[in-house]
Design a protein around this ligand. Structure first.
Ligand SMILES: [Zn+2]
Ligand SMILES: [Zn+2]
Length: 340
């Protein structure tokens, strides 16, 4: 079967190649992905900047589709079922995090698309424990966005919390930022979204999705210098994978405010640590998600409380993966899907 594979370490080395079909094992299913999201992480893997990927590996971790076949010991799932899979391809099941239900923090966790073969292909093997059935009313395309939805929900309703009336700054108007916007709105937050000059289209979408205000990065920096946007927010969310946004976030929140970091980046940035101390700030990381967060996402999308359709800007056949990655890289779209 055809698959988009990261072949070796370094910048590039991604190709559409033939790979053997995965073998069904007890406790697993073979899932035929119908739509797979391209994530910022995939670009980092393409350019060799992501830490910990193990080539050769089939890429792709944001996927939904139909069950092709079911292994021994899998109850409640049948071929033809419409499903979505979590990203936690492997966890140990034994450690304190696994036993506490926060298996996303298992030190032995391996994710699809970098540690274990992922979904930019025709069939992917998935263990039964991370499969969620899709209700009618959620399309396979929308379901491919349940992963970033769960990232936003875990960050803003579990690891940190938006309270009614909170003013929230979201730095980064990509899919994660736009999902954080929607989650913050559901919690009663008033949201400002910041993005680069070239993400005007995404900022316009942010207004449509309920932002109170959008600003360019330049306007944000100027507002912090002239004082109008300094100490102005109860919470700042770093959703851009841009390390240099950290100090901006620390400056933008009020004393005793919260800064939440969810954007993936391997880059370090110097930061004025005294801001955290003097302003009595809480800095909260949020990584990934677990079962209850996924069920919560599914229910919010099914009820229409979260709009995923507006975020899907492009769909490409698998063979055109280079064009699709290009659209993500140029930020001319919002969420770009591949159709294996
Ligand atoms: Zn992702
Ligand atoms: Zn574990």
């Amino acid at each position: 079967m055809k698959a988009v594979v990261k072949q070796q370490l370094g910048d590039g080395f991604v190709d559409l190649v033939d790979v053997p079909e995965p073998q069904l094992e007890p406790g697993t299913v073979l899932l035929a992905p119908g739509a797979v999201g391209i994530c910022g992480t995939d670009l980092q893997i393409l350019h060799g900047r992501f830490i910990g990927y193990v080539p050769p590996v089939v890429m792709g971790h944001e996927f939904a589709g139909v069950i092709d076949s079911v292994g021994a010991g899998v109850g409640g799932l049948s071929p033809g079922d419409r499903v979505v899979s979590e990203t936690h391809a492997y966890v140990c099941g034994e450690c304190v995090y696994c036993r506490s239900g926060i298996y996303n923090l298992c030190p032995k966790r391996k994710g699809f698309g970098y540690g274990i073969n992922g979904a930019f292909t025709e069939l992917v093997r998935v263990r039964k424990d991370i499969i969620h059935k899709l209700p009618d009313g959620i399309s396979i395309q929308e379901a491919a966005l349940l992963e970033p939805t769960s990232v936003a929900l875990n960050a803003l309703t579990r690891n940190s919390r938006v309270l009614p009336g909170d003013s929230v700054l979201i730095i980064g108007p990509g899919p994660i930022g736009l999902l954080c916007l929607q989650v913050a709105r559901l919690s009663g937050g008033r949201v400002t979204v910041a993005g680069t000059e070239r993400s005007k289209q995404r900022l316009a979408l942010a207004m449509k999705l309920g932002a109170e205000r959008v600003v360019t990065d330049k306007e944000l920096t100027e507002g912090i210098s002239d004082g109008t946007l300094k100490n102005a927010f109860d919470m700042a969310v770093m959703a851009a994978g841009d390390a240099s946004a950290f100090e901006t976030a620390l400056l933008a929140v009020r004393p005793a405010g919260r800064v939440v970091h969810i954007g993936e980046t391997a880059v370090s940035a110097p930061v004025q640590l005294s801001l955290i101390e003097k302003k009595n700030l809480t800095v909260q990381g949020s990584f990934s998600h677990n079962w209850p967060v996924w069920e919560n996402s599914i229910s919010l999308v099914r009820s229409g409380a979260i709009d995923l359709r507006s975020l899907i800007s492009h769909e490409f056949e698998l063979a055109r993966w280079r064009d699709a990655f290009g659209v993500v890289e140029n930020r001319t779209g919002v969420k770009v899907l591949l159709r294996p």
